[in-house]
Design a protein around this ligand. Structure first.
Ligand SMILES: *Cc1c(COP(=O)(O)O)cnc(C)c1O
Length: 366
């Protein structure tokens, strides 16, 4: 079989080593005689898996001691409701939540939050992060929500320019679903960070919430108990049954990340992979990209063929070479290559070779 490279935006590629280990441990985890799927979440075996996963994630992201890490269910999207339900209660009701709108996922967050609070769109663009000087923040807002990597549109915050880290006195909430663990972050700058697992962590079904302790305990009365961050935190994510198998796989991914050199090494690789791909797209007249250069995502690279009548031929040729799931999101069309932590640079090189070859053969009218 041809070597397969999977460019899916999510659920997405996982490290081969992790899948092989999970396969080897499938029927009998560490001599327990059980699959991880069959274990009680309160038994010593699973508790050890859980504690290792929590500890390793805390180490990888240098999460300070006054933050809780929650392993929840419901996906990234459910957090759009759960975060207002948990955090808006710190302000007189109805509270106001500020949003930076940078694409499809911000839009969904804004729509959902409006059920629970007043929302203010402080700045908006789908091809860049508007400069901080233009943000129209609400004095006394409950928090400022931002999606630091827009998976569909390919807009990523340029953290080096100080955004979002320099928002003094503003409580920051960040949706990092599609780039968590791909770059170093200063967790202490945020009130809450969340991420669905199925992009850069593990299988769908686990949602990571990293929340500062002093923000717990003010949930609105309508908040379901199983999603009250304080109850989840007090019960170490076991107020109800957590997604045990997903947590186990996430834990294996965290171990893999540590073996590879941690987040700093992932960031180095992400910069190299993104440069390789964007340089090839920039060098060709055949393709175009639409995001401002300073906000180009290192994880999700949307691009377009200038002649869109060749889209189907492009995708068929890619598939024949084992380059899978390159079709862009249906809402924006075109192509998208997601190049998460588990995508080796060889996969990006194979894509670049194909981009060049397709452009020259199509350009030559073949
Ligand atoms: C995938 C994604 C989500 C939603 O995840 P679900 O698990 O489908 O709810 C939210 N935000 C971002 C940025 C994403 O990439």
């Amino acid at each position: 079989m041809t070597h397969i490279y999977n460019f899916s935006a999510g659920p997405a590629v996982l490290p081969k080593e992790v899948l092989a280990q999970a396969a080897a441990e499938m029927l009998d985890w560490h001599g327990s005689g059980m699959s991880v799927m069959e274990m009680s979440h309160r038994g010593p075996e699973f508790i050890s898996i859980y504690k290792a996963a929590e500890r390793d994630l805390r180490e990888l992201l240098a999460v300070p001691d006054n933050y809780k890490i929650l392993f929840m269910q419901g996906g990234g999207l459910s957090q759009n409701a759960l975060i207002p339900l948990n955090l808006a209660g710190h302000k007189p009701q109805p509270a106001t939540i500020d949003f930076i709108h940078t694409g499809s996922w911000s839009a969904k967050s804004i729509k959902e939050a409006a059920k629970y609070a007043n929302v203010n769109v402080a700045a908006s663009s789908a091809t860049s992060v508007p400069p901080q000087s233009e943000w129209k923040l609400t004095p006394g807002a409950a928090y400022l929500h931002m999606c630091t990597n827009e998976t569909i549109d390919g807009v990523e915050y340029d953290f080096d320019s100080g955004v979002p880290a320099s928002q003094e006195g503003v409580l920051l909430v960040a949706d990092m679903s599609s780039h968590i663990l791909s770059r170093r972050i200063d967790v202490s700058k945020y009130g809450l960070i969340f991420a669905g697992a199925q992009k850069n962590i593990g299988p769908a079904g686990v949602t990571i919430v990293i929340v500062r302790e002093d923000l717990l305990g003010k949930a609105l009365p309508a908040c379901p108990s199983a999603f009250d961050f304080k109850l989840v935190a007090d019960n170490e994510s076991m107020y109800n049954t957590p997604p045990t198998y997903g947590i186990y796989i996430a834990g294996l991914v965290f171990q893999w990340l540590k073996q590879q050199g941690g987040v700093a090494e992932m960031e180095r690789r992400a910069i190299a992979k993104a440069k390789l791909l964007y340089d090839a797209l920039d060098a060709s007249d055949f393709y175009e990209t639409r995001v401002a250069k300073s906000n180009r995502s290192r994880m999700n690279v949307p691009f377009y063929l200038k002649d869109e009548s060749k889209n189907e031929a492009f995708l068929a040729g890619a598939k024949a070479r084992g380059l899978l799931q390159l079709k862009g999101h249906k809402s924006v069309g075109g192509m998208r290559a997601s190049i998460y932590n588990a995508m080796p640079i060889e996969g990006v090189q194979a894509l670049v070779d194909y981009l060049n070859e397709f452009a020259s053969s199509a350009g030559a009218g073949k």
